[in-house]
Design a protein around this ligand. Structure first.
Ligand code: SAM
Ligand code: TMP
Ligand code: ZN
Length: 411
């Protein structure tokens, strides 16, 4: 008999969360293991549901934050030239707008290696990054960025308000969706943000996930999958208003949400437009989410069939980009070193380790050329243009890329 699942409560509004996709037993997506490591690996059940009250899509189980974000957290935001340019642009825009007043102050949660705040620092503007992961925080400091190695939450934010005054901007990229305690974060934002300040965050967009069947955006760190509807509800729950939205091409499709205190600013037309588009698509409907889940099963079956066929034919297959996303793909699809010999990745902190759960060796990109494989499975599909531009010789040598977003195909 199937075990009855406990009712899951929404982390935003306490409503009931209904599960629509089970991705099974999964490891920590960024826990790359040393080859000789014999400690037991941590696993949890990765499943996604939607709140029947506020529509927020969220994991049904959360992983303790210290297991994910710690001294050894290996993700370096500056590893992509496209992302470096993206965040320099974000900083320049804040400098020209919200930070144009005298003695402005900007706070970033999840500043990582300082990819955004380094431009703010160079402009001589007062700033502070909250970054609990020690090693990446240290990298930010080497760029002159002021960083607190702490989690942003109600108490830490209130302390900074007390000591340093209000912030005109609180920014978070690929971090708000990582935080399963948004109510504490909003209390912190409420304490620290200037009365007319803005809280801006950008994260993977549920609309893109559904459109592209990009289920690999779902992993331990991505606790929430936001839409304009669910973010509006979350904002209203805390006395804020969604005043602007902007779709972004980065990381496979994101939305930048701008929140202000209720009544403080006039919402842009883009907000109403995106809400209407989501309504027209039925993005908040359980039926749509169940359809997405069915698509995920198809992608898994197609990908495994292709990799098995290539193995039978004797082709060499490796992967490119040891992304956190690929932990979901390899563990859900049961893809190990027998189907993909190794994954190459430019991040030193991941190299010469093994991928979480499936233990595929991670090698530096130099290994990719020595010799080129027949096929390369593109785990970092969100950086496809940048990677393919850097690796043009692979195709010239007869190699072929494999993608599984939005469907499985040889490029
Ligand atoms: N903002 C960077 C970017 O977009 O590339 C980094 C994103 S990284 C995926 C998420 C970062 O958020 C990690 O460096 C992690 O340590 C940090 N983080 C997690 N929880 C946090 C919290 N409560 N406050 C501040 N940072 C947090
Ligand atoms: P992300 O999709 O979470 O940003 O992770 C991308 C991963 O791919 C990260 O581990 C760095 C790696 N990578 C390369 O190996 N080569 C590249 O050219 C780029 C852009 C990323
Ligand atoms: Zn809810």
């Amino acid at each position: 008999m199937p075990r009855e699942r406990a009712t899951v409560t929404c982390r935003v509004c306490d409503g009931t969360v209904h599960e629509f996709l089970d991705l099974g037993r999964q490891p920590l997506s960024d826990a790359f293991r040393e080859p000789d490591c014999d400690t037991e690996e941590f696993f949890f059940r990765l499943a996604v549901g939607q709140c029947e009250s506020c529509t927020m899509v969220q994991l049904t189980e959360s992983v303790p934050r210290d297991k994910m974000f710690h001294e050894d957290y290996p993700y370096h935001s500056s590893g992509s030239a496209v992302m470096r340019e993206h965040f320099a642009g974000v900083a320049r825009r804040f400098l020209a707008t919200e930070l144009a007043a005298p003695d402005p102050f900007i706070v970033e949660m999840g500043c990582n290696d300082g990819v955004m705040l380094s431009t703010i620092h160079q402009a001589g503007v007062r700033h502070l990054g909250f970054e609990p992961s020690g090693r990446v925080a240290e990298l930010a400091r080497t760029k002159g960025v002021r960083v607190l190695t702490e989690f942003f939450e109600d108490s830490t934010a209130a302390r900074i308000r007390e000591a340093e005054g209000p912030a005109q901007v609180i920014f978070a990229a690929n971090t708000m969706c990582h935080i399963p305690y948004p109510n504490s974060v909003f209390r912190g934002v409420d304490a620290l943000l200037a009365p007319d300040g803005v809280f801006v965050f950008e994260d993977p967009y549920l609309g893109d996930l559904v459109e592209k069947t990009s289920f690999d955006q779902i992993y331990d760190e991505h606790f929430f999958l936001f839409s304009a509807h669910s973010v509006r509800a979350m904002a209203e729950h805390h006395g804020f208003e969604l005043v602007d939205v902007e779709r972004l091409p980065v990381h496979g499709g994101e939305v930048r949400y701008t929140l202000a205190r209720t009544g403080g600013r006039t919402p842009s037309a883009a907000v109403a437009d995106l809400l209407a588009e989501e309504d027209a698509r039925g993005l908040s409907d359980m039926e749509t989410l169940r359809g997405f889940a069915a698509g995920v099963m198809r992608v898994r079956d197609d990908l495994v069939a292709l990799l098995r066929r290539l193995r039978t034919e004797g082709s060499s297959v490796v992967a490119y980009g040891a992304t956190a996303k690929s932990a979901t793909v390899t563990n859900f699809c049961d893809i190990g070193p027998e189907l993909v010999s190794y994954v190459c990745d430019s991040t030193p902190a991941k190299q010469h380790r093994m991928t979480p759960g499936k233990h595929i060796p991670v090698r530096p990109p130099t290994a990719f050329r020595d010799p080129y494989p027949d096929y390369a499975l593109l785990f970092a599909w969100n950086h496809a243009d940048e990677i393919m531009a850097n690796e043009q010789e692979f195709r010239r040598s007869g190699g072929r890329w494999i993608s599984y977003v939005p469907n499985v195909r040889v490029l």
